[in-house]
Design a protein around this ligand. Structure first.
Ligand SMILES: Nc1ncnc2c1ncn2[C@@H]1O[C@H](COP(=O)(O)OP(=O)(O)OP(=O)(O)O)[C@@H](O)[C@H]1O
Ligand SMILES: [Mg+2]
Length: 316
C-alpha cells in the first residue's frame, strides 16, 4: 500500500521535473519524423497533378471548396478532374457529390477500386466502403495510415476502361488538423500544390497558421489561401457584412490570397442535396450580386490554381 503510494509520488515528481508533464520538449525544434527508411514519394497512378485542399481548422468549408474547385477546373480548363476524400473519420464527398446511394465501388481485374462518378466527376471516399452512412470509423493510427495508402495508390483513376486517359488533376479533400493523414500524404505522395481554406475569424486563422507550418515542414507546396464565408450580402442591401471579421488578419498569414468566397445559403443547401454550387450557379444565378461575386471569385481561384500547377517551376 505504502510502496505503491511512494511509487506514484516519485513518478509524479519525475514528470514535474521535466519540461512539462507529458515530456514534450517546450523549446527548440520539435521532433521530426526521420525520412530515412521511408519509401521515396511516389506519383498517384494515372494522375498528372495533385492538389490538396486543406486547413488546420475544421468546418471552414474545405470539402465544399474542394468539390467546387474540381467542377470549376473541369468546366473552365476542360480538364479531367477527380476528387479523393482523405477524411477518414468524417467523409463528406459522398454527400456533396450526391453519391450516398451510389453503391459500392467495383474492382478492376487487378483488384484496384473503380471510382464512383456523378456530374461527370469521378470520386473515391472511405464513405463508399462503409456498411452505411451512419457507420463510424473507430480506428487507431496504423489503420488510418493503411486506409490512406490504399486510397492513394489502389484506386484506378482510368475508371473501368484500362485504356482510359486517367486524370489531369486530382483534388484531395483533407481532414481538419495536422495529424496522421497530412503526415502520410506528405511522406508518400508528390503533391503539386495545396489550397488552404479558412474563414477570416481569428480562432480559425490561429489553427490555419499551424496547418500552414505543418505543410511547410512536410515540404508540401502551398499555392495560397481561400477565404471562405468571407462576407454575407443580404438580398435587400448591397453592403457586405463581414460576419467572421475582416480579411486583414488573413493577409498577415504570408501566403497569397487566392480569393474571397461569400457566404450564400445556396452553397450549403446545394451541398446537402449533392449539387455543388458551381453547377447550380452555372445553370442559373438565383442569388443576384452575391451569386455573381461567388462565381467570379471561384473562377479567379481556379485560374490561379491552374496557372501555378502548369508553370514550369510549380508553386512559387
Ligand atoms: N460559402 C459558403 N456559404 C454557405 N455555406 C457554406 C459555405 N462554405 C461552406 N458552407 C457550409 O459550411 C458547412 C461546413 O462546410 P464543409 O463541410 O465543406 O467544411 P469542412 O472544412 O470540410 O469541414 P470538416 O472539417 O468537418 O471536414 C457545410 O454545411 C457547408 O455547406
Ligand atoms: Mg470536410
Amino acid at each position: 500500500m505504502m510502496t505503491s503510494r511512494l511509487q506514484r509520488l516519485f513518478s509524479t515528481l519525475r514528470a514535474l521535473h521535466h519540461d512539462n508533464p507529458l515530456g514534450l520538449p517546450k523549446r527548440g525544434e520539435p521532433p521530426v519524423m526521420p525520412r530515412r527508411g521511408l519509401p521515396p514519394r511516389r506519383s498517384i497512378p494515372n494522375v498528372k497533378k495533385v492538389v490538396a485542399v486543406a486547413s488546420g481548422k475544421g468546418g471552414v468549408g474545405k470539402s465544399t471548396v474542394a468539390v467546387n474547385l474540381a467542377f470549376s477546373l473541369a468546366a473552365h480548363q476542360r480538364a479531367r478532374v477527380g476528387v479523393l476524400d482523405l477524411d477518414i473519420f468524417g467523409p463528406s464527398i459522398p454527400k456533396l457529390l450526391g453519391l450516398e446511394t451510389g453503391g459500392e465501388p467495383h474492382l478492376t481485374s487487378s483488384g484496384a477500386l473503380i471510382p464512383l462518378t456523378n456530374h461527370g466527376i469521378p470520386a473515391m471516399s472511405i464513405g463508399f466502403l462503409l456498411p452505411g452512412a451512419d457507420a463510424p470509423v473507430t480506428w487507431r493510427g496504423l489503420m488510418v495510415q493503411k486506409a490512406v495508402q490504399q486510397l492513394l495508390f489502389d484506386v484506378d483513376w482510368r475508371g473501368a476502361d484500362p485504356t482510359g486517359p486517367g486524370l489531369d488533376i486530382l483534388v484531395i479533400d483533407m481532414p481538419p488538423g495536422t495529424g496522421d493523414v497530412p503526415l502520410s500524404l506528405g511522406q508518400l505522395v508528390n503533391v503539386d500544390g495545396t489550397v488552404i481554406v479558412s474563414t477570416p475569424q481569428d480562432v480559425s486563422l490561429a489553427d490555419v497558421r499551424k496547418g500552414i507550418n505543418a505543410f511547410q515542414k512536410l515540404s508540401i507546396p502551398i499555392i495560397g489561401l481561400v477565404l471562405n464565408q468571407s462576407y454575407f450580402l443580404c438580398p435587400t442591401c448591397k453592403t457586405p457584412h463581414e460576419l467572421f471579421g475582416s480579411s486583414n488578419s488573413a493577409k498577415a498569414l504570408g501566403i497569397e490570397l487566392l480569393g474571397e468566397l461569400p457566404l450564400i445559403p445556396g452553397v450549403s443547401t446545394g451541398g446537402d442535396a449533392g449539387l455543388p454550387y458551381a453547377i447550380l450557379n452555372s445553370r442559373s444565378n438565383t442569388d443576384g450580386v452575391a451569386g455573381q461575386l461567388w462565381r467570379e471569385a471561384m473562377l479567379a481561384i481556379t485560374e490561379r490554381v491552374w496557372d501555378v500547377l502548369h508553370t514550369e517551376h510549380g508553386v512559387p
